[in-house]
Design a protein around this ligand. Structure first.
Ligand code: F6R
Length: 247
């Protein structure tokens, strides 16, 4: 299903509210909430609202375990552009999540360690009973996570090569495209699909053409987000601008 809100702010509050509800209902049952998280501009207001709920309404993250979708490779966790830094600044430094409950792909591995590391990332998710909820943004290439065009629907966590357009879109953060890493470690389409609930968010006119393809286009590896049409538990949460090309 597609849900359209008038603006990013309203939509972000709704998504944060759903995450908070999940965390609280798991807490009541004495269970962990296992969240799949995204970085980038899209979820920033969602995380800000979660921080507010923690500070002002006592929402606790003690029972939350998180798995981030991706990280650039190579990437030092302390670099300004790392997704570790992003998550710390936008969420983890401001809530009571145990550090051991946070998982973000490691951008510092040696090449020969990556395959085993990725299998272990999958195993860790499975050992916790799988992802309860996966949050997604969408890139202009149609990528989810860093699953670029050509990604297989059953792909798992792995090292991938970033699309040229993705690197161009990231160039501002890195002070030029030539500084953007050419690779990343990302959860696969298959990993994302196993989540019990998936919410893909998109805001602004800039995302309208790719949202039209993702929601209404032919299912194809050329636009990896189209695979989400095959899932019964995915919701596209859009602002009016991102939804403006939908029929
Ligand atoms: C980030 C990620 C990417 C972004 C996408 C959109 O962890 O997996 O798929 O969600 O590139 O980025 P923004 O939100 O910056 O437009």
């Amino acid at each position: 299903p597609v849900t359209v809100y008038p603006d990013e702010h309203t939509a972000s509050l709704k998504v944060a509210g759903r995450i908070a509800d999940l965390i609280r209902s798991k807490q009541q049952k004495g269970e962990k909430a296992v969240l799949g998280l995204a970085t980038g501009a899209t979820p920033v207001e969602v995380y800000a609202e979660l921080v507010r709920l923690h500070r002002e309404e006592g929402l606790s993250f003690q029972n939350v375990v998180t798995f981030n979708l991706d990280e650039y490779y190579p990437m030092s966790p302390t670099a300004a552009q790392s997704y570790v830094t992003f998550m710390n600044e936008n969420l983890f430094d401001h809530v009571d999540i145990p550090k051991a409950s946070v998982h973000i792909p490691d951008g510092t591995l040696e090449r020969e360690q990556i395959t085993a590391y990725c299998l272990d990332y999958e195993r860790k998710i499975e050992a916790l009973g799988g992802l309860d909820l996966q949050i997604l943004g969408i890139g202009r290439t149609g990528h989810i996570g860093f699953n670029e065009p050509g990604s297989a629907p059953n792909s798992g966590t792995r090292l991938v090569t970033l699309d040229d357009l993705t690197r161009r879109d990231a160039s501002r953060d890195f002070g030029g495209k030539e500084n953007v890493p050419t690779k990343a470690i990302t959860m696969g389409i298959g990993t994302i699909f196993k989540a019990r609930e998936i919410i893909l968010m998109a805001w602004s006119q800039k995302k309208a053409p790719i949202i039209k393809k993702a929601v209404e286009g032919e299912i194809s590896s050329e636009v990896p987000a189209t695979y989400l049409q095959l899932s019964e538990h995915v919701e596209f949460v859009l602002d009016a601008d991102a939804a403006s090309e939908l029929t």
